[in-house]
Design a protein around this ligand. Structure first.
Ligand code: NIG
Ligand code: FE
Length: 412
């Protein structure tokens, strides 16, 4: 199957072929004006100037005329909790009235509320509710996503969540990575030591045996799990080949960055309260700092200092954190706008953070995150001609996606 997209005003493509962009490299976006893009069997086969196309054509099965619109790589979203039950707008109102996210959690709401709701749903019902959001993000231009468990908080419900993730994986063209986040909070009816034993001796082995997760996450933060507890949980996951991706420094400087790096984490996420010493540690490591600007926006919290991290030479990613409590949105374009407006990233830096570096934060940048020959053909054609790439974060509520393609197939 060959698909050709012609008359692209500007194609944002990848000529550098790096797995991850660091520091100053993040401000570079390669573009070709008046371009075509050729897709073969779901992968990018070629791209270039329209004038380089052979006069006799390329014998494509389908031709799409971009009519002067722009083509960009699909978003990659390396941190979501998209599988969840119901919603938590009651807490949204509580927060407006003055309660903080941490206070709501201390009163037994928050994550535990979502766990109670999830417990009442069958696997099929949970899948149905989650698929609404999965379809929504694909239509908004996301082509690769990570999904965490963590609203089960007992063995049966954690497995239920991860089986739903597996069914999503099997039913959509988008790449889905699964992360076991049993250590999201202490489940009701357990003491913390009991819950950690359950995680290590029961949940992780069951998830491992069923091969339900590639990654393991811990909410390493004040009021949740300590660095020592995190280390024990990560070591148990490592025995089953689960690589860490960590929540850290959201509510306090938690020590999570060091434990993440020490355990070879792919990414460490949130980082709203990161210290300068931790930035230096990250600069020297392969662990990717991942900012979640939508979370700071929704919770009215400080934003992670991604500008400072890039200036220090780090390569950063951004993600939506789509979840019912702290970020009920999977809109990556809005996350990119927030990264520009609130974190002072240049549009090119924010787009790279939400595409190539985001793919890298889920171990997928060999195959995703940019329009490069041989990679999955995940891209979108803008809804109308736009003056420049910078227009995308600038027009922060204007829908950008006209036609989205994943693996060369049109997302309806
Ligand atoms: O990444 N901070 C921890 N976990 C989620 C929120 C979970 C929830 O409130 O339901 C987050 O923000
Ligand atoms: Fe999260």
């Amino acid at each position: 199957m060959r698909l050709i997209v012609t008359n692209i005003a500007t194609l944002v493509c990848d000529c550098q072929r790096k797995q991850r962009l660091q520091g100053e490299e993040m401000a570079r976006l390669d573009t070709i004006d008046d371009a075509y893009l050729l897709v073969e069997d779901g992968k990018v086969a070629a791209f270039g100037k329209m004038e380089e196309l052979p006069a006799e054509g390329v014998n494509a099965d389908e031709e799409v005329d971009a009519r002067g619109c722009m083509v960009l790589p699909s978003w990659c979203d390396p941190h979501t909790h998209i599988v969840y039950a119901g919603s938590r707008e009651g807490e949204f109102v509580d927060k407006i009235r003055g309660l903080s996210y941490a206070e709501i959690a201390r009163r037994g709401g928050g994550i535990l509320n979502s766990a109670d709701l999830l417990h009442t749903l069958s696997e099929d019902e949970l899948l149905e509710q989650s698929m609404v959001r999965v379809r929504e993000v694909m239509a908004k231009g996301t082509g690769c996503v990570e999904i965490k468990s963590g609203y089960g908080l007992n063995t049966a419900d954690e497995l239920k969540m991860l089986r739903v993730v597996r069914r999503i994986k099997e039913s959509v063209p988008m790449h889905v990575s699964a992360t076991f986040l049993g250590a999201h909070a202490v489940g009701r009816n357990y003491t913390k030591p009991q819950y950690i034993e359950l995680l290590i001796n029961e949940m992780i082995p069951e998830v491992g045996r069923e091969q339900l997760a590639e990654y393991i996450d811990v909410f390493c933060d004040e009021g949740f799990f300590t660095p020592d507890e995190t280390a024990r949980i990560l070591e148990a996951g490592a025995k089953w080949g689960m690589k860490p991706k960590i929540h850290a420094d959201e509510l306090a400087a938690s020590g999570g960055v060091k434990v993440a790096i020490d355990h070879g984490a792919l990414s460490v996420d949130h980082l709203e309260r990161i210290t300068d010493a931790e930035i230096e540690m990250l600069r020297q490591s392969a662990t990717i700092p991942t900012g979640l600007p939508g979370t700071s926006f929704f919770l009215n919290m400080p934003y992670a200092p991604l500008r400072k991290m890039i200036d220090a030479g780090c390569g950063v990613a951004i993600a939506s954190d789509y979840n019912p409590g702290s970020t009920p949105s999977g809109d990556m374009k809005f996350a990119v706008s927030l990264a520009c407006i609130k974190m002072r990233l240049l549009p090119a830096e924010a787009i790279n953070a939400a595409t190539l570096n985001a793919a890298c934060a889920m171990g997928q940048s060999h195959n995703h995150g940019s329009i490069a020959v041989g990679k999955q053909a995940n891209f979108y054609i803008t809804a109308r001609p736009i003056p420049s790439v910078d227009f995308i974060p600038y027009a922060y509520t204007t829908p950008i996606v006209g036609k989205a393609y994943i693996g060369g197939f049109r997302v309806e």
